[in-house]
Design a binder for this molecule. Structure first.
Ligand code: ADP
Length: 450
């Protein structure tokens, strides 16, 4: 449409403006050449080059220069009209230049008539310059262009309809299927597969939706697991609380020693409940990606000795020997609160599962690309087949006498935190000799995939 508008409406106007400019330039050129040696020959060339007719007359209307008629005998200034009327108009014009668009009936077309006053060095009028140029080529050009344009439009229209049909078929088909499947996904059918067809735009959309479906399904499974585990894990302590409360009511209410023992158990079980709930919340937040890491820089050696000092205060009385092998000061970048939680969970486990010598070893190993932290115990170790699943949720070996309260979620939280940081971790264990849990705070962790 724009091309049509420009060609049909504006081309004529644009052409006229250009032509006036050309004639104006020619006029200046003529005036600068006029009077020099061989000027007649040079004016002829200008006339030919610019397709104009030139006539110069003196102030008494006598011809000084006239080129051959370049308009096939139909030029206004050479042929049929009286030029004295134009000379008058030029003379009257304020700046000595005039131009008119005059219809030439002989050639049935508009022509351009230009006139300029010629002066000598002292400003006296010596004559007049007249230029006539046809505007006729425009019409023939427009006609040719119009014909071309119609042909191009027809070809484009047919090609356009054809291409649009192919593209819409290739895009609309997959889009319709994607929409249907998205509806199914919204209704909870997470195993739908999105197919994007052949176009990269729809394939990209389908891939993104497949990814989204996968993630939604994962979150859904986590949620289901959590509810199943929560109800299972909450039932045991709640049954205990209920049983002991009933015992106090029915039996031990009047016996202070028994009552206190039973109340102690109730308090322990409620502590376990509280811890379980907060661990579950932490884990679900970590696994759903809802928690952001709060990265800061701190000295890991100092953090480790602070943590161990706290443990020593509580556990040395009970005979536990917590050995710390520090390395030199080293600043690391990570979420200090979460990494402390990893260390706490691992030390708690070591205390729970260490051997009769009650020894626990914490070691800091500075390396060129990070710091490895090892927590070792001398317990009965972990069987080969259990090593693979030890970091999974709710995995628990048979009940042991525990010093710290455990929920079966400790190592899953360790795993979730370290994975979020992109830090490597692992466990080595020899049955009946003990286990070493380790993780490494890498100096520049590789970029995590979001
Ligand atoms: P919890 O300790 O609360 O049971 P965890 O997730 O921390 O839960 O540990 C899961 C299981 O891994 C434990 O129940 C135990 O069987 C085993 N485990 C963890 N740490 C050790 C260790 N240091 N030595 C032996 N077994 C361990």
């Amino acid at each position: 449409m724009l091309i049509w508008l420009f060609f049909i409406v504006f081309l004529q106007k644009f052409y006229t403006v250009m032509k006036i400019e050309t004639v104006k330039k020619s006029a200046h050129q003529i005036m600068s050449v006029y009077g020099s040696d061989n000027y007649e020959q040079r004016l002829d060339t200008i006339a030919l080059d610019n397709e104009i007719c030139i006539k110069i007359v003196d102030k008494y209307n006598r011809i000084i220069f006239s080129d051959d008629d370049n308009m096939g005998g139909s030029c206004l200034i050479h042929g049929f009209s009286d030029i004295s009327q134009y000379i008058h108009l030029i003379h009257e014009s304020p700046d000595g230049n005039v131009y008119y668009k005059i219809y030439n009936a002989k050639i049935c077309s508009d022509t351009l008539l230009w006139g300029s006053v010629l002066k000598d060095e002292s400003g006296n009028i010596t004559g007049y310059l007249l230029i006539n140029s046809t505007l006729e080529p425009v019409n023939s050009t427009v006609d040719t262009l119009k014909a071309l344009l119609i042909a191009i439009t027809a070809v484009l229209l047919i090609a356009g309809i054809f291409i649009a049909f192919i593209i819409s078929d290739g895009i609309l088909g997959p889009l319709e299927k994607i929409t249907q499947n998205a509806d199914k996904l919204a209704k909870g059918q997470y195993d739908v597969k999105f197919d994007g067809g052949v176009y990269s735009e729809t394939t990209m959309l389908a891939n993104t939706l497949n990814y989204a479906a996968g993630e939604i399904s994962k979150i859904d499974t986590i949620q289901r697991d959590l509810i199943a585990n929560v109800s299972h894990d909450l039932r045991t302590p709640l049954t205990m609380v209920k049983a002991y409360a009933e015992m106090i009511r029915d039996l031990s209410g009047d016996n202070p020693a028994k009552r206190n023992e039973h109340l102690g158990i109730i308090i322990e079980e409620t502590d376990r409940l509280a811890l379980l709930v907060s661990d579950m919340l932490d884990l679900s937040k970590l696994e759903s990606g809802g928690q952001k890491l709060n990265i800061s820089e701190f000295d890991i050696s100092e953090t480790l000795s602070d943590i161990i000092a706290r443990y020593k205060g509580i556990y040395e009385e009970k005979g536990y020997i917590i050995n710390f092998e520090p390395d030199s000061e080293r600043f690391v970048k990570c979420d200090i609160v979460k990494i402390e939680q990893v260390i706490y969970n691992l030390i708690n486990n070591a205390i729970n599962y260490t051997g009769d010598d009650k020894n626990i070893f914490v070691k800091q190993i500075n390396q060129s690309d990070g710091v490895t932290i090892e927590i070792r115990d001398t317990g009965k170790g972990i069987a080969e087949e259990d090593l693979k699943i030890i970091f999974d949720k709710y995995y628990r070996a048979e009940k042991t006498k525990r010093e710290t309260v455990g929920t079966g979620l400790g190592l899953s939280i360790v795993k979730a935190i370290l994975k979020k940081h992109n830090f490597p971790y692992g466990v080595k264990s020899v049955v009946n000799e003990g286990s070493v849990f380790w993780f490494k705070i890498v100096s520049a962790p590789p970029d995590k995939k979001v």
